[in-house]
Design a protein around this ligand. Sequence first.
Ligand SMILES: [Zn+2]
Length: 429
Amino acid sequence: MKRLINLALALFVLWCTTATAQVTVIKAGKLVDPDQGAVLSDQVIIIRANKIDAIGKGIAIPSEATVIDLSNMTVLPGLIDCHTHLADGKHGEGDPMYQLKKSASQTVLESVPNARVTLESGFTTVRDVGVYRALNDIALRDAINRGDIVGPRMFVAGAYITITGGAGAMTGMAPDIQLPWDFHYGEANSPWEVRQKVRLLAHDGVDQIKVLSTGAVLTHGSNPKSQEFTLEELQAAVDEASHFGLRVAAHAHAAEGIKNAIRAGVASIEHATLIDDEGIALAKQHGTYLDMDIYDEECIQEEGKKGLVPADFLQHDRELGELHRQNFIKAVKAGVKMAFGTDAGVCDYGMAGKQFAFMVKYGMTPMQSIQAATSSAADLLGRSNEIGSIKPGKYADLIAVTGDPSKDVALLENIQWVMKDGKIFKRLN
Ligand SMILES: [Zn+2]
């Protein structure tokens, strides 16, 4: 009897919450469906609380609904940037060593506006792939999730897993300077040390693991053409991460480092700058995503002219910029899985949309570039059931622009309306 009462009570509570859940209806003049690669017209989207309840042409509008009329606009799923660094503080301070002039709390508080402008520019989700100060990204993610500050859904890495003096290390100081723990939390120099770091980060509550397979452009004393972690170390990272249900993203510029990471089973190669034909074939065979930030060279060279970029970084970048873009063309042609990632933080926050036009200039159709930032990005994150397209059951993460971005993708540089989790964060003026 007591059980029956409990059940009745539970059903009543469920009925109350469904009955009182806020209903919002959006009338979309056009709607981009990245799953089909199609632009649909005159769609009605019904949202209950924070989820999409129904979508289609001519469906009945519930009487209690708040109606948002976007019938002269194009509605898209919220964009996803698969390579950001939102928690590194203010953009444009040049040398990473500048980080040593601030406390961790200063840096993370300076990052609050980065999260806001990212969301307001139409990116409702980011995969954040590393921080100078370990765990600042977790603090930022959790503050957003609590609703204390405004920002995108963040999936974070917690720290860079890197060799000593490697691409993800803070380098450039005198050898007798001892860094605080959080500047070298992810340092590892053997398969077992890699496993230990993955275990620590999993316990800290990260959403993915970031490893550095080769040298980097924006690190002192690092050679982007060199290999850093060995195949064994990369395999240890992927295997250990899998025990915690975590995927691995591997930074890699040099061809051998790219191939090692693919063979080890990482989910994505970040940058993939010097990928060769064998690497492209391997990525296709393994279903590995490439996340190629081909817009960045613009900002690095532009800010270099203003004296904001250290000379060694500029030299690295000049040697690689055009090759990177030519290899992007080859990878697109070969049909490798591509995700949209900008390395936000290299360019200023809120500018990620500028990469769409570059992806189209270097071989993608506008729809392919939109898919890279929606359905494909969600697949890379393992979250296709929650985000990446506008389908019943997914989060109500939606954006809108005037005009048709499947014809003119540069429209995505100015998103006029943003909804995340059923709440509006940018309204039409
Ligand atoms: Zn990066």
